[in-house]
Design a protein around this ligand. Sequence first.
Ligand SMILES: [Zn+2]
Ligand SMILES: [Zn+2]
Length: 469
Amino acid sequence: MRRARRRSSSATAALAPAAAAALLLCLAGAASGPTAAAEAGAKGAAAPAMPAAGGGAASAAVPDLDPELVAFYVDLHRNPELSLHEEKTAAKLAERLRWLGFEVTTGVGGTGVVGVLRNGAGPTVMLRTELDALPVEEKTGLPYASTVKARNDAGLEVPVMHACGHDVHMTVWVGTAARMVQARGSWHGTLVLIAQPAEEVVKGAKAMLADGLYRRFPKPDYVVALHDSPRVPAGKIGYTPGYLLASSDSVDVTIYGKGGHGAAPQTTVDPVVIAARTVLALQTIVSRENDPQEPAVVTVGSIHGGTKHNIIPDEVKLQLTVRTYSPGVRRHVLDAIARIARAEAAAAGAAREPAVAVVESTAATWNDPKLTERVVAALRRQLGAGNVVEARREMASEDFSEYGLAGVPAVMVRLGAADPEALAKATAAGVELPSLHSSLFAPDRDPTLRTGVAAETAMLLDLFGKPAG
Ligand SMILES: [Zn+2]
Ligand SMILES: [Zn+2]
């Protein structure tokens, strides 16, 4: 692996981009694109250009992985970077795209990378990956587990881990880029690859759009992405037409009372008691005010007030997260939080109204139904109908929503990342495998990467007007 990389980097330096791409593809073993492999498989004569990594049992329609791409994944996994600090990761991706002959722009909306491959007249399709990792201490025990520590924005040293699998997405994105270059004789249009920073703090998509993503670069006709899932077995893709992920609003509520001695409550307005009532009353928004057919979540994740047993504090702070799908439900829930907070304070005789502020928001992620139907058909042709399954929508959130809200049909599919046997056992036992953001999250690496590349390539080729299989 090291040998191949050294050769490719020194050799490409002296070559024109197209020749460099061809050489890299040769070294990367991407010479058998998914369509070629599918055709070869149909004739019973699949012959990958290079030996497969680990000799996995890939189907004919899912070409095996190259060891070099696995090494790229391992390097990303070992070297995660926090949101808004993805400099080295972004540089690695930019370097790959340059090797492949893309026009590459870095520093878009922070550390974002945009790669453009112009391949004649045709649609423009954008494929997105995220760059960032999480402040989580990895406990998977993998030989390539992260031991990285970094300073967060508050100056504290924290462990860092790709606990959301964005390293999977980046690797698949690079593998797909190589396949699209290799297959460029069989599709026409403009491929825009973006690597987005700061997804975990839902800032990166807005930042890239504000930095001219749809103005400075070819505006896409379609936007496509995938996200790994520990609830879907590796080898399969999950899809969800319509709402996929919820909107998210972070709400700060500060309740103001009147502090004093804990032994003289009659001289105070106790904000701890107001906060306790408020937390319980907030739970009636979903249970009593909301249409049961419309999903909504109100969670009070943090409550802070006071310093000592016998002191009634002046104020208590609550931090909430609100999840909804429809904009009307979202507005109602946010209004109800403010109304209840004010009413509970008034009921206690507080002189000052609580402060209620929405401090961070992201909209619900909507999968354009027609686009979803189209990519699902392409995925079924490529992976087999049984490997493309409808997946439940979730109340988690993503800023991928922004690309669709900016006026372009968008779809995100779920990439199965669970070891199929482990998932079957867990399901039978009624337990869940480690979730995304868990210190134990470990994707079933090779089949996940392999299926991801096949899936993204199939979706892109279809959207460029070429049937994928
Ligand atoms: Zn995440
Ligand atoms: Zn994620």
